[in-house]
Design a protein around this ligand. Structure first.
Ligand SMILES: [Zn+2]
Length: 63
């Protein structure tokens, strides 16, 4: 399951990622995806990488 927000129509939801980047509501490819941290295992390498990134350089607020 991936989380996404469409920048074209504002749709915000989750869905099963099936390999393409398009909003299921309007069909725009101008969408923003985010992984759900809670769904990652505690020892997932991506989690360590994200933690390291957050400590070194806080991500910009994109809103
Ligand atoms: Zn959309």
């Amino acid at each position: 399951m991936a989380r996404f927000r469409c920048r074209a129509c504002g749709e915000e939801s989750t869905f099963d990622y099936i390999g393409h980047h398009a909003c299921p509501k309007c069909g725009s490819d101008n969408v923003q995806f985010a992984l759900s941290i809670e769904e990652l295992a505690d020892d997932h390498p991506l989690l360590a990488a994200l933690t390291e990134l957050a400590e070194n350089d806080p991500p910009p607020v994109d809103d």
